[in-house]
Write a protein that binds this ligand. Sequence first.
Ligand code: URA
Length: 243
Amino acid sequence: MPRMRLDKLLAHLNCGSRKEVQAMIRAGRVQVDGAVERDPAAKVDSDSAQVVLDGQEQRYQAQRYYMLNKPAGVITASRDARHDTVLDLFPEEIRRGLFAVGRLDKDTEGLLIVTDDGALSHALMSPSRHVYKVYEAVVEGELLPDAEARFAKGLTLKDGTVCLPACLERLAGEDAQRVRVTLREGKYHQVKRMVAAVGGTVVQLRRVQMGGLPLDPELEAGAFRPLTDAELALLQQPERESV
Ligand code: URA
């Protein structure tokens, strides 16, 4: 039976930092198995205890799943001596065991799944599963008139790398040229290299969807929150056949 401190459990459940949840507990806002518990150090069984904060049951998940809106300027790694990483955006209490599913470039923003579920990560990244990813990019330069058709056919990059069929859409914009790119694979710098192959230069890139899961538009850059059960199901659902 995994017993752990109540404050640790609530921080784990992303109810706040360790300090914040300690204040909540002392203020009498937390009930354990029907009784108010004011001791942050009280030991609870994280599998079976019913923990309620402000009237809302907080369920312990053996595995944790977060949606992060990755900001530009941090690298997708667990730890780095020289650069801030996406995991540095998570408080110490909940960071342990977490990793990012896949990788976004340092200057890319947007949807990144952070979890401790290796099996889900493996399934989402497996080349054979072809999970699609949707990006929006600001592009400079003149795209070839038949850029969309070239994406749809499957581009060959300048170094000879062959890409699976993908989708390029030009989005209506004011002065900037914006495109949406949907891919079913994740090669190194793939969007930037594919756009370069049809005459453009990506100057801003943001992932807005992964599989069936869209980025929450309310989630500010640098912020994260746990996935809801419905969102997790969207990630786990089988892929559509084509982009
Ligand atoms: N394609 C890129 O070029 N960069 C990313 O970060 C993701 C996809």
